[in-house]
Design a protein around this ligand. Structure first.
Ligand code: TTP
Ligand code: MG
Length: 362
């Protein structure tokens, strides 16, 4: 099955928030960090906008050096509370597309869209919607990359910054990577770059052209990782922070938020069928059914109901889902996401199934 991993990273994050709040600075170099004190200041640049980057400025550069290169820039102290708030707002939006969500820093996160999208066109549509939503609601831009692996998705989000979308389909991996500098690979920093360069390896294509045993012989464990990334063999999963290992769940986001009950129900039926394929194959039974609904504005509700005994019957599940769906009012809001979770799992049924299906407890 194709994996669709999305990575997103805000563009010159702290500086973008300052541009948003001070539109008079737009078009000028903005530097967030220590006080430059007319070139005598100590400390470093936190980040700077793309206008400042034209002068060679970058994160972690001594502020005195930045001032030398760009004395006419606008130098601002960081306002971490404000950036935390903006980050939280962005992450809520990103997370609203799927619970297979992993935030990895203040301004970047992964989403696994494999259960949500059927092809890379779907992924692109979702990425455009996500970017628009961040721009409209938080007022800053985010760059998005999507690929079959986490590492290539991360390289892709960085590829077309700022405000970019880069999709790398499985058959495009080699062409996408082959001419990029090896430091694009997470895990190759400035020091290891020199080491790789000494052995004649400068671009990712040089790695793809070597065999795995040769890479291990030359660079050990790091060489193995780098070779796997370069060939699209990074199998790492998007780690959900609140992942509940004792349940099986699936959810789908609607491309357009909807209040059409038929559309909602048919999506739930589709989810139910998909979950059951997996359950039947693995002979897994369950006791508790949970319906999850997220409304526009990101308010999320869950409602559960348990069978008395473990069962495996998708018709019963859909009946319960309809019952739960009828129980709550959407307050005239449209629905953004629906999901089903089955929990209280067991590998085999504890009692004969025929007798139990009609005994439901609230
Ligand atoms: P990054 O995503 O690395 O950088 P960025 O968002 O400023 O720029 P880009 O468009 O290249 O993604 O880091 C996110 C924020 O973290 C950044 O805005 C400021 C802060 N930061 C520091 O304070 N010090 C640092 O050395 C780095 C790298 C980031
Ligand atoms: Mg960033």
């Amino acid at each position: 099955m194709n994996r669709f991993i999305l990575h997103c990273d805000l563009d010159c994050f702290f500086a973008s928030v300052e541009e948003r709040d001070n539109p008079e600075y737009i078009g000028k170099p903005i530097i967030i960090g220590a006080d430059p004190k007319d070139g005598k200041g100590r400390g470093v640049v936190s980040t700077c906008n793309y206008d400042a980057r034209k002068f060679g400025l970058h994160s972690a550069m001594p502020i005195s050096q930045a001032y030398k290169r760009c004395p006419h820039g606008i130098y601002l102290h960081p306002n971490f509370e404000k950036y935390q708030r903006a980050s939280k707002e962005v992450m809520e939006i990103v997370n609203s597309y799927s619970d297979k969500f992993q935030q990895v820093s203040i301004d970047e996160a992964y989403l696994d869209l494999s259960d949500i999208c059927t092809d890379f066109n779907d992924v692109k549509e979702l990425a455009i919607k996500l970017k628009d939503e961040v721009q409209k609601n938080v007022g800053i831009t985010i760059s998005v990359g999507c690929a079959p692996t986490k590492s290539i998705a991360k390289i892709a989000s960085d590829y077309n910054k700022p405000n970019g979308i880069t999709i790398v389909e499985p058959n495009q991996i080699k062409d996408f990577l082959k001419n990029l500098d090896i430091t694009r690979i997470p895990g190759i920093g400035k020091k290891s770059k020199l080491y790789y360069n000494k052995k004649g390896i400068k671009i990712i294509g040089d790695i793809i052209n070597l065999t795995l045993p040769k890479m291990i012989q030359l660079f050990g464990k790091n060489g193995e990782w780098v070779w796997n990334v370069s060939n699209g063999f990074d199998t790492r999963e998007v780690k959900e922070f609140h992942g509940d290992r004792k349940s099986i769940s699936k959810e789908r986001t609607f491309y357009e938020d909807t209040d059409d009950l038929n559309v909602i129900l048919s999506k739930l039926e589709e989810i139910n069928n998909r979950i059951h394929k997996n359950l039947i194959k693995n002979k897994i039974y369950y006791k508790t059914v949970t319906l999850k609904i997220r409304l526009e504005g990101f308010i999320t509700y869950t409602r559960s109901k348990s069978f008395i005994h473990h069962v495996q019957d998708k018709n019963q599940v859909i009946k319960v889902i309809i019952e739960l769906l009828n129980q709550f009012s959407t307050m005239n809001k449209k629905v953004r996401l629906v999901g089903i979770r089955l929990s209280n799992l067991e590998k085999a049924p504890s009692v004969a199934q025929t007798t139990i299906l009609s005994y439901l407890e609230a």
